[in-house]
Design a binder for this molecule. Structure first.
Ligand code: DSN
Length: 436
C-alpha cells in the first residue's frame, strides 16, 4: 500500500493542498457551505470505503457486515433521538436522492407535485422542468407574495385546491424566513396531499431547537447533511410515528434498490459522528451564534443601504437585492471573489434577469461562524461588502479589502481540520496503522 497521498499521487495532493489554502484564505459566505470537524473528515476518509454493502442492517446482500450493521444502527438511533423521529434512513447519498426516494414511494409518473418555485427560493430537485423530477412528474410551483416576499399560506392553499397535487413540498434553498410546517400540513390535509418537508438548509437550526421542527407534521422529512448540520456531503430521511408505521419498509425499498445502489458506509459513519456532535451543547451554542451573526450582518447591510428580500432574515441566510447599487448578482459575485469573499449570485423573487446573471446574491453565516467569526467580524464584513459593491472599487480599495480579508482569515484559522499546519501532510493514514 502506498504510504500517503503526497507520495502516491503528487498531482492530486498538490491540488488538495491548494484547495485547503484557498479555504483558509477566503471568507466563505455561500449559505450552503460549512466546515466539518476533523472527526467527521476522518470517518469520511476511512477504511469503510473498502466495504461493499447493500440492503439494511440484519438484511444485507453480502457477508462481513457485523460492524457496518452496528454503525448504521448507531447512526439511525442517534438521528431518531436528535430529531424526535420514529424512523430514520441514513442511506441517501444526498438530499436530492432522499427526495427522489420519497417521490418513488408515493407518486406515479405524471402525478402532481406542488413545490416552491426555484426563482423564489425552491430547490432544483423539487420539480424544475429540466431535472428528472420535472420530466417524470407534473410539477407546479407556489411563489412568495410580491409585496412581503414571504410565503402566503392562504394563497398556497388556494393554489393547492386548484391543482389538487398528490404531494406538497415545503422547504427551500434561499428563503430567509421561518417556514410554518404545521400550516403546510393543514393545507396538505385539506386537499388530500402528502407533505414533504425538505429541511436541507435549516436542519442544524432545527436540531438546536432554533426553528420549529416539521417532524410532528410532515409525512416525510428529507435533508442533506453538510450545510447547517455540519456533516459529510450526504442525505437523510426522517418520519414521525404515524408515517413510520405506514411507510418505513416502502421508504427503505425506495432508497435501495429504488434510487440507489451500494451503501456509502463511510458517509454513514461520518453522519453518526455528525449526529453525536449535533447533540452537544457546543453545537447549540454554535447555532445560536450563527443566528446572531446573521441578524447582525443583515442589520448592518440594511444600515449601509442594501435592500434585503423580505426586509431581513430569521435564519442563517439573506438575499441582497443589488438593483439599487446598479450591479447584477453576477458582477457582485465576481467583485467579491476578486477579494476572496465567496458568495453566489441568486435569483430574487420575480427577477427579470437570467439565472446566469441574477439581480441579487445569497449570503450565509454558517461557515464563518464555524471558524469563530463573531459580532465584531460581522460589522467588518458588512463594511467590506459595502466597499466592494456600493461603488466601483479602485485598485487601492481592492488592495485594502484584500489585506483585511487576509487578516480576518489569519485571526480565525480553520486549516487544522484539513491538514497539519506544520508538516503540510494529510494525516488520515493513521487508521491503517493497525496491530497485526
Ligand atoms: N442546494 C444547493 C445550495 O443551497 O447551495 C447546494 O447544496
Amino acid at each position: 500500500m502506498n504510504p500517503c497521498l503526497e507520495i502516491s499521487d503528487p498531482d492530486v495532493f498538490a491540488l488538495l493542498h491548494r484547495e485547503a489554502q484557498r479555504q483558509q484564505d477566503s471568507i466563505e459566505l455561500i449559505a450552503s457551505a460549512n466546515f466539518t470537524s476533523r472527526a467527521v473528515l476522518e470517518a469520511t476518509g476511512s477504511i469503510l470505503t473498502n466495504k461493499v454493502v447493500e440492503g439494511y442492517p440484519g438484511r444485507r446482500y453480502f457477508s462481513g457486515c457485523e460492524y457496518v450493521d452496528a454503525l448504521e444502527n448507531l447512526a439511525i438511533e442517534r438521528a431518531k433521538e436528535l430529531f424526535g423521529a420514529t424512523y430514520a434512513n441514513l442511506e441517501p447519498y444526498t438530499g436530492s436522492q432522499a427526495n427522489h426516494a420519497v417521490y418513488l414511494t408515493v407518486l406515479k409518473p405524471g402525478d402532481r407535485i406542488l413545490g416552491m418555485d426555484l426563482g423564489h427560493g425552491g430547490h432544483l430537485s423539487h420539480g424544475a422542468k429540466f431535472t428528472m423530477t420535472g420530466k417524470i412528474y407534473d410539477c407546479h410551483f407556489y411563489k412568495v407574495d410580491p409585496e412581503t416576499e414571504r410565503l402566503d399560506y392562504d394563497q398556497i392553499l388556494a393554489q393547492a385546491k386548484d391543482i389538487r397535487p398528490k404531494l406538497i413540498i415545503a422547504g427551500a434553498s434561499s428563503y430567509p424566513r421561518m417556514i410554518d410546517f404545521q400550516r403546510f400540513r393543514e393545507i396538505a390535509d385539506e386537499v388530500g396531499a402528502y407533505l414533504l418537508a425538505d429541511i436541507a438548509h435549516i436542519c442544524g437550526l432545527i436540531a438546536a431547537g432554533l426553528h420549529p421542527s416539521p417532524v410532528p407534521y410532515a409525512h416525510f422529512v428529507t435533508t442533506s447533511t453538510q450545510k447547517t448540520l455540519r456533516g459529510p456531503r450526504s442525505g437523510m430521511i426522517l418520519m414521525g410515528e404515524h408515517s413510520a408505521a405506514e411507510f418505513a419498509r416502502k421508504i427503505d425499498s425506495a432508497v435501495f434498490p429504488g434510487v440507489q445502489g451500494a451503501v456509502h458506509v463511510h458517509a454513514i459513519a461520518a453522519k453518526a459522528v455528525m449526529l453525536k456532535e449535533a447533540m452537544s451543547e457546543s453545537f447549540a451554542a454554535y447555532q445560536r451564534q450563527n443566528l446572531e451573526n446573521s441578524q447582525i450582518l443583515a442589520e448592518d447591510l440594511i444600515a449601509r443601504g442594501f435592500r434585503l428580500v423580505s426586509g431581513g432574515t430569521d435564519n442563517h441566510l439573506m438575499l441582497l437585492d443589488l438593483s439599487q447599487q446598479g450591479i447584477t448578482g453576477k458582477e457582485a459575485e465576481d467583485r467579491l471573489a476578486s477579494v476572496k469573499i465567496t458568495v453566489n449570485k441568486n435569483l430574487l423573487p420575480y427577477d427579470s434577469q437570467k439565472p446566469t446573471v441574477c439581480s441579487g446574491i445569497r449570503v450565509g453565516t454558517s461557515a464563518i461562524t464555524t471558524r469563530g467569526f463573531g459580532s465584531e467580524e460581522m460589522h467588518r464584513i458588512a463594511d467590506l461588502i459595502d466597499t466592494m459593491l456600493s461603488d466601483e472599487p479602485t485598485v487601492n480599495t481592492i488592495a485594502k479589502v484584500q489585506a483585511e480579508v487576509s487578516q480576518l482569515c489569519r485571526l480565525h484559522p480553520h486549516i487544522d481540520s484539513i491538514y497539519e499546519q506544520n508538516g503540510d501532510r494529510f494525516t488520515l493514514e493513521s487508521q491503517y496503522q493497525l496491530q497485526n
